[in-house]
Design a protein around this ligand. Structure first.
Ligand code: NAG
Ligand code: NAG
Ligand code: NAG
Ligand code: NAG
Ligand code: NAG
Ligand code: NAG
Ligand code: NAG
Ligand code: NAG
Length: 406
């Protein structure tokens, strides 16, 4: 068939419809002298646009009339995707998105695709129909590959420090001038300044960029920041989780007491156990320690530390300090522990005082006081023994302590 067509063309005859090569067979046939087409296969991101430069030639001696029609169609199908005339022939799927932009009469077969769809991926071929020519450039397949629309990038993802202004940049992927995107930001953080601009590369692709100035605070730690690029019809976004660094803050709690206990005083009964809980909120993690005067009691690196005061004695009635420190600062809080002797002890003390007074009176009255004291001591010894049998009974323990010190 190609031979016949070539012969006819050499003789300058009108090209006949039935001489067109059958779809898919053209590539196997030898080229027809004089008919050349030059276009490069393209990649286009879904939703974006692409301009495909293309030129073609017809054999020397033949000319294209003003009525020449250029057609792009999907190889192997009758689907016309773009034509220089008679737009009604164009298949619905590509109508308005594929455009033959070149002047066919000048041998320009350039076309453009806008808002590319995954279904646009395929192989296309160019045809001309003129009074004296009808030719399919099916040896010169043009392949269109539709890629995923790429997300923008946000940088830096580096150190955000509470209270320090920082610039974050969102960069869209390069897009042709005809379908460049708009950048918008979303998130909880307050944007103090925004600057949108673009950079054009040598190939004419435009990179949209947006710089924002923010001053992060602890409130925004772990919150998302999103950058969205909107193209005509599609949008893509990317998000980062803000990692805001801040100095430690502290809450001291004491079980049995409501609220917080920084710089407050806690009354503890002698012999009791008290837990002083120091909760720390910081980023990065703080070094936390409990101090008694200049001496460190315990230390850790983390979100909190509990100081356990066991079997407190009167000597433990001092001020305890919790100290938390990270690279951005430090904080401290204190708890003053006051150790109360048992009220029971006080009663006994009081009793003894009364007794001594009583004894004096009795002595004056001539009654022997010694047996009474012995009876008292015996009772205390008995309680002591009971206490040793049952050491968990704390009131008894205090009595024991009292007796021992006697
Ligand atoms: C395009 O769609 C219209 C209406 O939806 C229909 O009448 C027409 O035949 C379609 N054309 C093609 C080429 O599919
Ligand atoms: C072909 O047409 C396109 C679209 O009008 C134009 O940008 C391009 O420069 C033309 N190419 C030539 C070689 O004239
Ligand atoms: C925002 O940034 C621009 C350019 O960097 C600067 O000229 C302008 O003063 C800034 N505006 C504010 C409110 O900081
Ligand atoms: C981008 O923003 C400009 C100005 O805000 C607007 O005119 C244009 O329509 C927007 N483009 C898209 C694709 O949203
Ligand atoms: C970001 O994109 C994803 C998927 O493309 C979408 O589900 C999400 O709603 C978008 N987020 C924003 C803030 O636009
Ligand atoms: C703590 O507060 C709750 C209610 O706020 C109250 O019922 C409780 O008695 C308080 N406990 C102490 C030890 O103050
Ligand atoms: C506790 O005392 C320290 C030192 O006086 C002070 O810096 C800190 O703010 C106080 N904390 C509270 C919660 O009052
Ligand atoms: C509590 O402390 C006292 C004096 O410091 C000691 O004699 C006693 O054995 C302690 N009790 C317990 C249960 O550790």
């Amino acid at each position: 068939m190609w031979h016949i067509q070539a012969q006819i063309c050499q003789h300058g005859f009108v090209v006949l419809f039935f001489l067109l090569p059958l779809p898919g067979k053209g590539a196997d046939s030898p080229p027809t002298p004089g008919y050349t087409l030059s276009a490069q296969s393209v990649l286009v991101a879904s939703g974006l646009c692409v301009e495909i430069p293309c030129t073609f030639t017809v054999p020397a001696g033949s000319t294209l009339s003003t009525r020449v029609t250029g057609i792009w169609r999907r190889t192997g199908t009758p689907d016309i995707v773009a034509a220089s005339t008679e737009a009604s022939m164009v298949s619905n799927g590509t109508k308005g998105r594929f455009t033959l932009t070149g002047k066919v009469q000048e041998g320009n077969c350039s076309f453009s695709i806008s808002n590319a769809q995954p279904a646009d991926q395929g192989i296309y071929e160019f045809l001309i129909e003129d009074e004296s020519h009808k030719y399919s450039y099916s040896r010169n397949h043009l392949s269109v590959t539709v890629t995923d629309l790429l997300e923008p990038t946000i940088s830096p993802v580096g150190e955000l420090i509470a209270g320090k202004p920082i610039t974050l940049t969102c960069t869209a992927h390069p897009a042709p001038q005809g379908c460049k995107g708009n950048i918008t930001w979303g998130g909880r953080i307050n944007i103090e300044n925004i600057s949108n601009y673009e950079r054009e590369d040598q190939a004419g692709k435009v990179t949209s960029i947006s710089d924002i100035t923010v001053t992060p605070s602890q409130r925004e730690h772990n919150s998302p920041l999103t950058c969205t690029v909107t193209y005509s019809g599609v949008s893509t976004n990317s998000s980062i989780t803000l990692d805001v660094q801040y100095p430690p803050s502290m809450t001291i709690t004491v079980p049995g007491y409501n609220g917080t206990y920084e710089n407050k005083s806690v009354a503890v009964i002698e012999g009791d156990t008290k837990r002083l809980r120091c909760e720390v909120n910081s980023n990065p993690v703080a070094d936390v320690s409990w101090w008694r005067g200049d001496g460190i009691l315990i230390a850790t690196s983390g979100q909190g530390l509990t100081l356990v005061l066991e079997n407190v004695s009167v000597a433990d009635g001092v001020t305890y300090t919790c100290l938390a420190r990270n690279t951005h600062g430090s904080v401290s809080g204190t708890v003053s522990v006051t150790v109360a002797s048992l009220t029971h002890d006080k009663k006994i003390n009081h009793l003894i005082i009364l007794m001594i007074r009583g004894l004096s009176i009795l002595a004056l009255s001539g009654i022997i006081a010694v047996p009474a004291v012995l009876v008292m001591r015996c009772r205390e010894k008995r309680r002591q023994r009971q206490a040793e049998d049952n050491p968990k009974s704390s009131p008894e323990n205090y009595e024991v302590a009292y007796c021992n010190t006697e």
